[in-house]
Design a protein around this ligand. Structure first.
Ligand code: ADP
Ligand code: MG
Length: 395
């Protein structure tokens, strides 16, 4: 069902409570290390200001577990947003209660406040109806722009929808549109690139995506489990033996559907996951018993590149190697560079994969880099997200 957005609501003069994902990396002195998540919400905030709404922002930050933690106050976030917007963003010391209600009642059109960290209240994560109700007293309309938190059934994500009209913000709209586009008539050929640390985290995506794509390219740590399933020795690379059955099932399904799965033909191996380690390139049938897989090799990069160049749609989740260590990052960087140059729809999901693409400075060259780590994985697995489920839709 198509979801309603802020464009479908009359927001002028209204108190609009906007759930955003301002869960930014911040040091103990309140210095924000990366403000991507703040910037991602700007379209919604600007729209609401331009349309003369009274904007009440709310977010969680970190894991304070239902108690006030002085290091996790949202004040530094309000300051940064204020700098970006060249406009006052008033940080409040609480999220609910008479004091907050009073401040909100005196807001003028176009003004912005930021409520205190929602997770200072135990009712947020337990989805307590009392907490949702108290939040709802602050507003006339509730907007969810926190795609990255929408896989969690928390009070500010699902509970509020019981009490207020509930529509999508513009970031939420973009995330839903871009991620859904992969499954609704994608241009073909359509490739999925899968990697990352563990098969266990990705099996849901593989199961879902295998019936939608034409080819699957597998690298990263999960490649080891697939290779072992094919009978290769993978040295001391971690292998998820309890996932072998699932791997077999996926391979059988791929065969039935005529979807080709490409595994690495060569690999970079090292004796440990450290930058001081000596690396070597080895063929897949020649992995030394005392070494572990840390990246895909040059032949594999070449083969993956050739396949990707034929594609019109690519979904990517999971780095090809331990990209955090520069000498193990070549596979991930090469694949990211190929995607950046491709004349195709390229959609990136997963927190670490997005981080890698950002690190290589290629975000703007992709069709879409999802802001939702876990949420994007759940979406790609074909599961509904509780926060999206409760958004009002068109009949
Ligand atoms: P995402 O967050 O994008 O879903 P994951 O969290 O599943 O991705 O995977 C990212 C992690 O996988 C990275 O920290 C990376 O170092 C690790 N990784 C990639 N390849 C390997 C490998 N061959 N061995 C061990 N870890 C790997
Ligand atoms: Mg990750």
């Amino acid at each position: 069902m198509q979801k309603k957005t802020i464009r479908d609501e009359e927001v002028s003069g209204k108190r609009v409570l906007v759930r955003v994902d301002f869960n930014v990396p911040m040091d103990l002195n309140g210095v924000i290390e990366d403000d991507t998540r703040i910037r991602a919400c700007l379209p919604t905030i600007m729209y609401l200001i331009q349309h003369k709404a009274r904007v009440i922002l709310c977010s969680h930050l970190g894991r304070p577990h239902g108690k006030v933690d002085e290091h996790l106050r949202l004040k530094p976030v309000a300051r940064r947003l204020s700098e970006i917007l060249h406009k006052q963003v008033k940080p409040l010391m609480e999220s609910i209660g008479a004091g907050v209600e009073h401040i909100v009642s005196e807001m003028q059109n176009g003004e912005i406040v930021l409520l205190e960290n929602l997770r200072f209240y135990p009712g947020e994560e337990t989805n307590d109806p009392g907490f949702s109700h108290d939040l709802s007293l602050l507003a006339d309309i509730y907007v969810n722009d926190a795609f990255g938190a929408s896989h969690r059934a928390h009070a500010s994500i699902v509970g509020l929808a019981e009490y207020l009209p509930c529509v999508a913000g513009l970031l939420m709209e973009k995330e839903i549109e871009q991620l859904s586009s992969l499954f609704e008539n994608p241009l073909r050929p359509f490739a999925a690139i899968m990697g990352g640390a563990k098969v266990a985290d990705k099996i849901g995506i593989l199961e879902n995506i295998i019936s939608k794509v034409d080819i699957v390219l597998i690298g990263g740590g999960m490649g080891a489990t697939f290779l072992e399933g094919e009978g290769y020795g993978v040295g001391v690379s971690p292998v998820e033996r309890n996932k072998m059955e699932m791997v077999k099932k996926i391979q059988q399904k791929a065969e039935t559907l005529d979807v080709k799965i490409f595994l690495p033909k060569d690999l970079i191996v090292a004796e440990k996951l450290e930058s001081s380690a000596t690396v070597q390139v080895v063929s897949v049938d020649d992995i030394p018993g005392n070494q572990m897989i840390v990246d895909i090799g040059p032949l594999t990069i070449k083969e993956f590149t050739n396949e990707l160049k034929k594609c019109k749609t690519v979904a990517w989740n999971g780095p090809m190697g331990v990209f955090e260590i520069p000498q193990f990052s070549n596979g991930t960087k090469s694949i990211a560079t190929v995607l950046a140059d491709l004349d195709a729809t390229t959609v990136i999901g997963g927190g670490s994969t997005a981080e890698a693409v950002t690190q290589f400075g290629l975000t703007d060259h992709m069709t879409h880099v999802s802001t939702g780590g876990g949420a994007s994985l759940q979406f790609l697995s074909g599961k509904t997200l509780p926060g999206i489920e409760v958004l009002a839709g068109f009949q």
